[in-house]
Unconditional design. Sequence first.
Length: 283
Amino acid sequence: MITAEAKIKHAINNSLHYLVLIIIALTVLVPFAWMVSTSLKGSGVLTEVPPRLLPEKFFWANYPDTLIKHHFLRYSINSIYVALTASIGTLFTCSLAGFAFARLKFFGRDVLFSILLATMMVPLQVMIIPEFLIMLKLRWLDHPLFLALIIPSWLASAFGTFMLRQFFKPIPKDLEDAAKIDGCSIFGIYFKIFLPLAKPALATLFIFAFMTSYNNLLRPILYISSQHRMTLTIGLANFTRQYDVNENLKMAGSVITLLPLVVLYSFAQKYFVRGITLSGLKA
């Protein structure tokens, strides 16, 4: 039987937990609310004393100006195209590599996997010069299909391969044996059995890959020179330098940049949480 003292302790612990969560939520939400509020204000908002969270007048025209006049609509299309194509390629190559390292037996498998994991410790800045020279030789700089931004993401990343290997490894071998008895090939087992089971992990990896490609700034700066091919990260960086006095337009550009990520996570939140849980607990 639960005593009154135990109930009080439980209530106090729950209250403390909720208080900590509320503080963390406010820490995240207040800057976001300030960004949205500033994007709807007039120019010179940072000089207001005292500052106001809600504007006296809402300037909804800030968003059409940013999208059309300052080309953020074109930048958004470019960024979403690059992020989508790069993420789809990442899912395909990482799932293949993860399946091979988890279920196939071949000479040097563990050594190759250890070498692949070791590449996670090499920063992009170390590899960017030889990568740039390769793109230069291939004539992919400022390519209309953004090949220099997409193709490197199609190579099996260490993180994605490790994540999907961890998901594939504990799947019962009986499913694989039953498929082989039915005459299913290795690729058939991969496509018909393992990929459908891996939907949560694939959704999680898709979100990570999309965010990485979408937020990338170094590669677009190096590989893109035409204004109509710029991504949101370049556009926002240039916009910040060119319009230092228009804080409202900069905040509108920031909201536009952030919006696709919020929408993506809202739709894939269930799979994202499930994929993180399953991939992290299985060894």
